[in-house]
Write a protein that binds this ligand. Structure first.
Ligand SMILES: Cc1cc2nc3c(=O)[nH]c(=O)nc-3n(C[C@H](O)[C@H](O)[C@H](O)COP(=O)(O)OP(=O)(O)OC[C@H]3O[C@@H](n4cnc5c(N)ncnc54)[C@H](O)[C@@H]3O)c2cc1C
Length: 335
């Protein structure tokens, strides 16, 4: 089989992006791939260059609003099958598609914040994911990446302190760099249950929030042995996320970043403006969390964008600034 024929088996046609994100929004894309290895990923990138396609790299799609009609010149590449890991010196090396939430079950105190944080390692480095007093920048060793504009340079590496991490920011947002994996500082940790669980998780579409919650919230909790104190911390996080109904409807999590100069979380500003519960088509500003816009009934990307714009306009006229989206809005057309 020639390399090109093999690739054409990996690159799928006419795939619904809604199946590959937590929003359940997104039209049918002309090109889609889920590489299972670094070699396949590199071949896909080379194929894009040869055929003049733009690769759009993503993970579980938990922080993305896909368009109703995706652009035909884009090849959407989800890394969610690249989930390898190994113990490397005093660290754990994780591939980009590794579901971050597994780390909480190692019981290591500074990794517990990842409990029920939907998404992959690669994207969480990209956005410097944070919650419950934890942040990616604090737990990382080296990050490994490919410069998509200079593939001939091969795999590059950066120490965490050189990644320009700030609130929901990293150097990876400023460059065409594809994160391949990263080291997590985990001196004592070498989870013996992880390979079995990764094998189980492979058959589940973790982009769907109900699946994600069932697997990480209930299944894993009942199977992995941990200390009483650590389990209590997991339960507290789960209770807080459940109180905000984070897994009851498709969403992208918080839509906007907070503005620390204002000093009040964006969700509270939305609440003060009385916008909670407002709907447009099948999208709604969550009645339970002002910074969530949920897909309660087959929302289109246009519905969500309308509410994003509305919140931005109202916040701007009352509080004098435009809230910056945290969700990554992918270009394309609305239905
Ligand atoms: C219910 C819910 C709750 C959430 N709670 C939180 C929270 O508490 N704290 C928080 O920080 N976030 C939260 N999020 C957002 C989300 O969990 C994080 O942003 C997570 O890191 C997204 O991972 P992903 O793999 O799904 O990323 P995706 O949505 O697939 O991608 C996000 C962005 O990262 C880029 N990217 C992905 N992989 C790579 C890579 N390998 N190399 C380069 N770029 C890449 C993509 O191009 C895209 O721009 C929540 C989301 C949901 C749905």
């Amino acid at each position: 089989m020639t390399a090109e024929i093999k690739l054409e088996k990996i690159i799928k046609k006419d795939v619904s992006l809604a199946e590959h994100c937590s929003y359940k929004i997104g039209g049918v894309t002309r090109f889609f791939a889920q590489p299972g290895s670094l070699q396949e990923l590199e071949e896909i990138i080379e194929y894009c260059q040869k055929k003049d396609l733009n690769p759009f790299i993503f993970g579980l799609g938990s922080n993305i609003l896909f368009p109703d009609r995706p652009d035909n010149e884009t090849l959407f590449v989800s890394l969610k099958k690249m989930v390898g890991w190994e113990k490397k010196n005093k660290n754990l090396f994780l591939e980009a598609g590794f579901p971050l939430s597994f780390l909480a079950y190692t019981g290591q105190p500074d990794l517990i914040f990842t409990h029920l944080l939907p998404g992959t390692l690669g994207a969480s480095v990209y956005i410097n994911a944070r919650c419950y007093e934890g942040e990616m920048s604090r737990i990382l060793g080296k990050v490994y990446y490919l410069d998509l504009k200079n593939l001939k340079n091969g795999i590059q590496e950066l120490e965490s302190k050189a990644c320009n991490f700030a609130y929901k920011e990293s150097i990876f947002q400023e460059n065409p760099w594809l994160i391949l994996g990263a080291e997590i500082k985990a001196e004592e940790t070498s989870p013996n249950w992880l390979n079995d669980e990764l094998a189980k998780a492979k058959s589940i579409n973790l982009s769907a929030l109900d699946n994600f919650f069932r697997y990480f919230g209930k299944g894993l909790f009942s199977r992995v042995k941990m200390g009483v104190e650590e389990k209590e911390k997991l339960q507290q996080i789960a209770a807080d996320r459940e109180r905000k109904k984070q897994f009851s409807y498709p969403s992208c999590g918080s839509v906007f970043k907070n503005n620390y100069e204002i000093g009040v979380p964006t969700g509270m500003l939305v609440e003060q403006l009385g916008l909670k519960g407002l709907t447009r088509g099948g999208a709604k500003i969550s009645p339970y969390h002002g910074n969530f816009i949920i897909n309660f009934d087959r929302a289109s990307s246009g519905d969500v964008k309308y509410l994003i714009q509305l919140v931005q306009d109202k916040v701007n006229s009352k509080f004098g600034f435009i809230p910056e989206p945290e969700v990554v809005i992918v270009n394309g057309q609305e239905s």
